[in-house]
Design a protein around this ligand. Sequence first.
Ligand code: NDP
Length: 284
Amino acid sequence: MSAQILSGKEVAEAVKSRVRSDVAALKARGVDVGLATVLVGDDPASHTYVRFKHRDAEEVGITSIDVKLPADATQAQVLAAVDELNARPDVSGMIVQLPLPDHLDGEAAVERVLPTKDADGLHPFNLGRLLLDKPAPLPATPSGVMTILDHYGIDVSGMTAVVVGRSFLVGRPMALMLGAKGVDATVIQAHSRTPDLAEVCRSADLLITAVGRPGMFDASYVKPGAIVIDVGTNRTDDGLVGDVAFGEVVEIAGAITPVPGGVGPMTRASLLTNTVALATAASS
Ligand code: NDP
């Protein structure tokens, strides 16, 4: 039997339509809603991501502020650009598009963003609030995964969730969100040093892969009927593929996100949700 397809593309459209009406309501109260991006250098993938983010913002009525710096920009120039955006009242949220060129310190740039304008939810202050179960803008990718689960009525309470990957961008916050009080999954955080990874993954009712290895998770990693969320985004000669061998896993999983059209569109949708929440908080 074939798994249910969890379409992030569809869920993202539903999120955008909610954001569109929230933005309209804020504008009616005279509140500006603006999303700024800081992009350094010529990396084509980063340029594409930023272009999509601006397109999404415009679609829902959020003003886009697009700051581009050359590949040889200094750390001081990047920080000055962030400072300038921090000071602008029309900027509700901002992101520093990562990775920055090798000579720059991306973490320092993210830390320079005011936590109250942190649309990516990656500022250490906000990650700390997540750890403490306090309200904060949430990291966009894991937050997008939670929205997909919620949209499809998947209650993870009591499930064993295996999250493969422990980056601060995806894996770690994902594990925190799934294990939070009220969500109540029992979480195993796996990584490159986990022994018997396939066996660990087969214990999962919910398997989340955030590794960056095309097609690594074949059917031998998946318990029949499990929910499989593929965060992996890998550019190959065959186009964009996930970490999961979709063709065989779709035959045994209970539900699965495709790549493309799964988690990717949700990451961008979460950015819009965070921007509106930041604009709302700043205006009240
Ligand atoms: P990182 O490279 O920062 O982290 C990868 C993680 O995978 C690490 O924790 C690493 O373990 C683990 N890992 C690597 N190889 C193996 C292995 N053989 N077995 C088990 N674990 C392994 O990547 P990110 O977290 O930033 O991204 C992960 C993937 O998600 C990428 O494909 C990325 O493109 C994608 N992504 C997709 C997004 C979306 O919107 N869809 C957004 C962000 C990322 P260790 O810590 O031990 O090294």
